[in-house]
Design a protein around this ligand. Structure first.
Ligand SMILES: Nc1nc2c(c(=O)[nH]1)N[C@H]1C(S)=C(S)[C@@H](COP(=O)(O)O)O[C@H]1N2
Ligand SMILES: [Mo]
Length: 421
């Protein structure tokens, strides 16, 4: 917060002024109609034009929305129109440029590499285009995805995400490690962390800025890319265009949007978004034992790698299911470090289990699809799904055992109760 750094705040007009598709970023002010309505009435398509109106809006002011599973399950690669969205600062006024689904083309956009370096380096998006890119299919998931389910033990503050704070998309860009090597800024011996910052500044200069820090020796960074395309086109503004850091296998908050600065430092950023928020305690805590203000960088760990997880896509409670042969299906994923080798499914609430057929994706960071045919009789059945990987990492049957004050990293075995007729 109190670092010496240039401010990158800009208006939508400035943001779009130099871009090849500047005309696509329309200078509309959405704040008035939104303020006039109660949060519950606001449609996602009013907040970010082009998002489907069926999205579940959690926070209209910030444009936070999740995808109903009925939509999410229809696509192997999640289209941007239904992709969940999460931003930390109001999407109106100064930051109205963040509320756009239009691809952002900004060849002149510049990223500064500085901090403990002997040479400050700068690259533009045009430079990145020339450097040779790689594409990765990957799950993107908010650390708060599934927070609503912790309420079975004690409600956690924040957006009550169910399962739809996730997506499976492709990002294309330049590997971060390759870029650093080519730029050769001359890293100081004391460098332990990389801190990445974006152009969406807080509403007041004193407000905490959103930036994230990573251990420079974290092997996950070997897969990190500075992405310039999502699903084959320049990244939409609301999803971080023109440049977004993407660390496959890491929780969503780690994928900083609108990247303007990569800082090499001895310590992690002091901003609350790194030092207090997006952290889980190192020791188990019970509800009421730890306040958000109690979080420190020594008693907690950032929400880095995904915990292994599976989600039932079909049938959902909203589906009408006929007695007889029923295909139960869904997705599973982890941090990409070890293959998922087993997805077990129960149709009797967890008393008996059968192994589902698993489809291994080409990318270790993408969704695994799984399915199982089961005979279901008329009546009510609780379906449960649970994934395990080659390292033996699995999901707790009761996800609330992982309860934490902010409700991060839910990965309980998924339960869906269906009524069969
Ligand atoms: N610059 C910037 N990057 C950001 C955020 C933000 O507010 N500002 N939110 C983070 C969080 S918490 C999540 S979950 C993801 C959401 O990505 P999406 O909106 O593209 O789905 O972006 C992350 N990157
Ligand atoms: Mo998030």
């Amino acid at each position: 917060m109190s670092q010496n750094r240039p401010r990158f705040g800009m208006t939508r007009r400035e943001f779009g002024a130099l871009g090849a598709t500047a005309g696509a970023i329309v200078a509309l002010d959405w704040s008035l109609p939104r303020l006039a309505r109660a949060a519950g009435d606001v449609k996602a398509s009013d907040l970010i034009p082009g998002k489907v109106p069926e999205m579940i809006v959690h926070n209209a002011k910030l444009g936070v929305m999740e995808t109903p599973l009925e939509l999410l399950r229809q696509h192997r690669v999640t289209p941007k129109e239904i992709m969940f969205n999460r931003l930390h600062f109001p999407i109106s006024g100064e930051r109205s440029w963040t509320a756009s689904l239009e691809p952002v083309e900004r060849p002149d956009w510049t990223i500064t590499f500085d901090g403990l370096v002997s040479r400050i380096r700068r690259v533009t998006v045009a430079d990145l285009e020339k450097m040779g890119t790689t594409e990765v299919e990957t799950v993107v998931q908010c650390a708060g995805n599934g927070r609503a389910f912790f309420a079975a033990k004690a409600k956690c503050p924040g957006s009550q995400w169910q399962h739809g704070g996730m997506a499976n998309v492709t990002f294309e860009g330049v590997p971060l490690k390759q870029l650093i090597e080519e730029l050769n800024p001359g890293l100081g011996a004391q460098v332990r962390y990389i801190t990445v910052n974006g152009a969406d500044d807080p509403p007041t200069p004193k407000g905490a800025d959103f930036e994230k820090s990573y251990r420079i020796d974290d092997p996950a960074l070997d897969h990190a890319i500075l992405a310039i395309r999502m699903n084959g086109e320049p990244i939409p503004a609301c999803h971080g265009g023109p440049v977004r850091l993407l660390i496959p296998g890491f929780y969503g908050n780690m994928n900083v949007k609108y990247v303007t600065r990569v800082l090499f430092a001895a310590a992690q950023s002091p901003t609350v978004f790194q030092s207090r928020a997006y952290r889980v305690p190192l020791q188990p805590v019970e509800p009421g034992q730890m306040k958000i203000s109690d979080f420190t960088i020594t008693n907690s760990e950032p929400t880095y790698a995904f915990r292994i997880k599976s989600v039932i896509f079909a049938p959902l409670a909203s589906d009408s299911v006929k007695a007889g042969k029923v295909t139960i299906s869904g997705v599973a994923f982890n941090d990409g470090q070890a293959p998922i080798t087993l997805v077990e499914v129960s149709t009797d609430g967890g008393r008996s289990w059968r192994a589902a057929a698993i489809e291994k994706p080409k990318s270790p960071f993408a969704w695994y699809h799984w399915s199982l045919e089961a005979e279901l009789t008329a009546g009510t059945h609780t379906l449960v799904a649970k994934a395990t990987d080659a390292w033996g990492r699995s999901q707790p049957l009761d996800g609330t055992v992982m309860w934490n004050p902010k409700g991060y990293e839910w990965n309980g075995a998924d339960h869906v109760t269906v009524t069969v007729t």
